[in-house]
Design a protein around this ligand. Structure first.
Ligand SMILES: [Zn+2]
Length: 236
């Protein structure tokens, strides 16, 4: 039996029990095992892991672990190299709506099979957001993040920070319900869908060409605008 010693740094500690936060975790293993495989066996999904240092030397997640290795794994740095597009696992519907409100392309359905998830991730190069660590550990997942909080607003803050989204925010141009881009709509064209007071007080409207949802700058809009400002201020 061989042994390796893993030290996880930064937000990777969130995946470990408290008592393992400041010390190396000992892993016993047999045969050829990658660092990635052993680290995931401790509960840390590979999309969260960044720089790997083995016995003081730069290594990688694919390096084969040797007996006695001292391994440090850093969290992946904040940011994302391309225009971020997301795929959200089925318990994150409110987070999807918040991200769409900020303008981000978010696929969300609460009935994706694992095969469909894998297909969409591969074809569309999307970032998987899921609280299911097993799902994040699947090979097909290149980019992903596990929201730590159960609160959707805190999750939003986490995701904005992790993928450095604040500078890319373009609010209120995407349908919160179906993710489609909105288009301007004349008052006449949406009149029959409006409440009496809305007809009186509002003149500017947008509509989703896909699901036909109509949007205007009512009280709901003001609340959301407050939230957008908060995000921009917190991360700029
Ligand atoms: Zn829509």
């Amino acid at each position: 039996m061989s042994m390796a010693y893993f030290l996880f740094l930064g937000r990777l500690k969130d995946f470990l029990p408290h008592r393992q936060w400041e010390q190396s975790v000992v892993v016993e293993f047999r045969g050829r095992q990658s660092i990635k495989h052993l680290a995931e066996s401790l509960g840390v999904p590979h999309p969260e892991m960044g720089q790997v240092v083995i016995n003081g030397q730069e290594g990688s997640l694919n390096t084969i672990t040797q007996d006695g290795d001292q391994i440090q794994i850093h969290a992946i740095p904040d940011g994302y190299p391309a225009e971020p597009r997301f795929l959200l696992d089925n318990h994150l519907g409110r987070l999807a709506a918040y991200l769409r409100m900020l303008g981000f392309d978010c696929l969300y359905r609460n009935d994706y099979s694992d095969e469909e998830l894998a297909h969409v991730l591969q074809q569309e190069e999307r970032i998987l957001l899921s609280r299911d660590r097993r799902l994040l550990m699947r090979k097909v997942v290149t980019h992903g993040y596990c929201p730590r909080s159960l609160d959707s607003l805190e999750q939003l803050n986490e995701v904005v920070q992790r993928f450095d989204l604040a500078k890319r925010v373009v609010p209120f141009h995407r349908c919160l319900r179906c993710n489609h881009l909105l288009e301007p709509a004349s008052k006449e064209s949406v009149l029959e869908r409006l409440e009496p007071l809305t007809k009186v007080y509002f003149d500017e409207f947008t509509r989703c060409p896909n699901c036909k949802q109509v949007y205007w700058k009512g009280s709901h809009f003001e609340r959301m605008q407050g939230l957008v400002e908060k995000i921009r201020n917190a991360f700029s």
